[in-house]
Design a binder for this molecule. Structure first.
Ligand code: HEM
Length: 188
């Protein structure tokens, strides 16, 4: 289990690397009312896409009422992207969402692909809202790209840590094993 301090460090690192700053926060807050009306269509589009693959479709259909419940949680998640509270609670929520997907056996590539889908969806929404005016769209699009990257980084980190935790190995042991194995492969 990660401590609050470790989560904070991780969150700060992702903000530094993506270049997330006050201007991004302001851009996202400004987008909040605009994006609210796209939340429902996004949820429809998102789960429609997951129905196209047998494996993701089977996960959605594994429990009665799951998809309807997931649409609600996705809408909350989407609205939260623009809510302006990019603090430790935000990071903790994202990390918890990562853990849930390990428990539900949702593979990482599906999560990453769907982040890409959400980004494309938001870009299309911005293009129709701002009628293709690139000078207005570009800074907003950059802020959206940053928050989605931060979000995905936190989710995937916790996903990996949760998997590692289930093996009983430590990160140090895993990295040592990986180093030995990779250097053997490279010598071949
Ligand atoms: C951008 C990618 C995704 C986001 C942001 C996302 C978001 C969420 C959120 C917010 C929850 C609720 C977490 C909680 O209860 O604490 C959740 C749960 C879940 N998600 Fe995702 N999700 C994503 C991708 C996927 C994909 C690709 C699948 C594959 C089918 C999936 C299947 C599930 C399942 C099965 C649950 C648990 C549902 C339950 O409680 O019955 N998610 N997701």
């Amino acid at each position: 289990m990660m401590t609050q301090k470790e989560k904070e460090k991780l969150f700060e690192e992702t903000k530094i690397l993506t270049g997330f700053c006050e201007e991004d926060k302001a851009n996202l807050i400004a987008l909040s009312p605009v994006m609210k009306k796209y939340a429902d269509p996004l949820a429809e589009y998102f789960y429609d896409r997951l129905h196209r693959l047998d494996t993701t479709k089977a996960i959605l259909e594994a429990k009665p009422g799951r998809e309807a419940h997931l649409k609600i949680t996705l809408i909350d998640w989407f609205n939260n992207l623009f809510a302006g509270n990019y603090d430790i609670n935000y990071a903790s929520d994202m990390m918890q969402i990562g853990q849930v997907h390990v428990a539900e056996k949702v593979d990482q590539r599906y999560l990453i692909s769907m982040y890409g889908m959400v980004f494309q969806f938001i870009i299309s929404a911005l293009e129709s809202e701002y009628e293709g005016k690139l000078a207005e769209i570009e800074p907003l699009q950059n802020s959206v790209a940053k928050i989605l990257s931060i979000d995905m980084a936190m989710m995937m980190e916790s996903y990996f840590l949760e998997l590692l935790d289930s093996t009983g190995w430590s990160m140090t042991l895993l990295k040592k094993m990986a180093t030995v194995s990779i250097s053997k492969k490279l010598k071949k």
